[in-house]
Design a protein around this ligand. Structure first.
Ligand SMILES: Cc1cc2nc3c(=O)[nH]c(=O)nc-3n(C[C@H](O)[C@H](O)[C@H](O)COP(=O)(O)OP(=O)(O)OC[C@H]3O[C@@H](n4cnc5c(N)ncnc54)[C@H](O)[C@@H]3O)c2cc1C
Length: 368
């Protein structure tokens, strides 16, 4: 039986652990803190394949969306995944790029349709249509959002209870153990050594911290993102919404999660954030513009998440060059893609099947 160590219990590690164990591997998941404590716990978590060229990268995301939907047949219920599509319109200076995006998505066979103001109101009655004005709006029926930590729990439960995987929390990997050019396992920060035939690093933005050997570091270009949370508010928003003033989605128990791309440019990877910072107050003001019914409410919480982005902005999944027995899986849009990536990792690591969908996303491209 192939012994596999998975580093990290975010969406990518949990998906990989489940599929590896299901494929017959003896799986040990080593998580430094707790499941979902990394980027997966601070994510907008919109499942989509928007503005994700080139086509193979778009398709990787589409495969992720399809695999999320297929989990319903496998698990019976998928309480972590919320369909309902997404609605979008943009500020006037971006109308052309908005139309080009819709056209590109339609040309790629992706469900994307223009909708009238009356249809927008039908889908989301609490929106103030004055914000929409005469902007073109589009609906993307196959999109949705995910509660990543609920998903992670389901994958880890299935991996451990159904397929015998083991999960150790508080296990910080400090280095790989090597014999010549073969990775033989990992050494934890407390000195414990675990042996394996294959180490799969799903450490997200911390992937390189688990490996001392600089030659095995994946180039990463992480970016910060600010997410603002309202208290429970009387608002019926039921899907992902991107507007000309703010982006929003439900976040359970009546809370809304808010995001605004330009705001991300005002924070750094190590910024301290608080609910009274001007950017947060501004996002709440923007939310009130779209949903006047929420009243004069302040933010309940704000969180800074760091996107784990490989150096060229695309996914990096596959064996690391120069050594044997070491595989990495690091990506932005990991919430969308992780169910599919988990299947690919299991095929490649356990079954020896090389997945053609990953051909353009090999870590080796950084080491030529
Ligand atoms: C603001 C924001 C918005 C986003 N929006 C979206 C979106 O709309 N749609 C989408 O699909 N994606 C989105 N993303 C990206 C997505 O959240 C990430 O791609 C995904 O969560 C990455 O998951 P992961 O499992 O790779 O990493 P993580 O969730 O970071 O998991 C890594 C785990 O590894 C553990 N770990 C790290 N180092 C070690 C070590 N040495 N030893 C043991 N364990 C270790 C960590 O504790 C952590 O639990 C967003 C991200 C941000 C920040």
């Amino acid at each position: 039986m192939t012994k596999v160590i998975v580093i990290g219990a975010g969406v990518v590690g949990a998906s990989s652990a489940y599929r590896l164990a299901q494929a017959g591997a003896e799986v040990l998941v080593l998580e430094a803190i707790r499941p979902g404590s990394g980027t997966s716990g601070i994510s907008y978590a919109w499942t989509n394949a928007h503005r994700k060229p080139p086509f193979p990268y778009h398709q990787l995301n589409v495969n992720g969306m399809k695999t999320h939907a297929a989990l319903r047949d496998e698990f019976g219920t998928t309480p972590w995944w919320h369909g309902g599509g997404s609605l979008e319109w943009t500020e006037p200076e971006r109308h052309q790029s908005f139309r080009e995006n819709v056209q590109q998505l339609q040309a790629w066979g992706y469900a994307a349709e223009y909708v009238s103001p009356a249809q927008v109101a039908g889908l989301e009655p609490d929106i103030d249509l004055a914000v929409l004005g005469d902007s073109p709006a589009a609906f993307f029926p196959d999109e949705g959002w995910c509660d990543p930590v609920v998903y992670i729990h389901a994958m880890l439960s299935a991996a451990t209870h159904r397929h015998g995987a083991k999960l150790v929390l508080g296990a910080r990997v400090a280095d790989l153990t090597m014999q010549g050019d073969r990775v033989t396992g990992v050494r934890l920060a407390d000195g414990t050594v675990h042996r394996a035939d294959m180490v799969v690093n799903c450490g997200g933005r911390w992937t390189n911290d688990a490996v001392r050997e600089a030659g095995l570091h994946l180039p990463l270009a992480p970016t910060p993102g600010l997410l603002v949370f309202t208290p429970p508010v009387a608002c019926g928003l039921s899907r992902v919404l991107h507007t000309s003033v703010v982006n929003a989605r439900p976040d359970g128990a009546g809370r809304l999660m808010l995001h605004w791309d330009p705001t991300d440019l005002t924070v750094q990877l190590d910024s301290k954030v608080s609910v009274d910072m001007p950017q947060v107050v501004d996002l709440m003001r923007r939310a009130r513009q779209v949903f006047p019914g929420i009243g004069d409410v302040s933010a309940e919480a704000v969180r800074l998440g760091i996107r784990p982005i490989p150096g060229d902005g695309l996914t990096a999944v596959g064996p690391m060059p120069r050594v044997n027995g070491y595989y990495v899986a690091v990506t932005h849009s990991g919430v969308t893609m992780s169910p599919f990536l988990g299947l690919c990792v299991a095929d490649e690591v356990v079954r020896g099947v090389v997945r053609p969908e990953l051909a353009d996303f090999r870590p080796a491209r950084f080491f030529n």
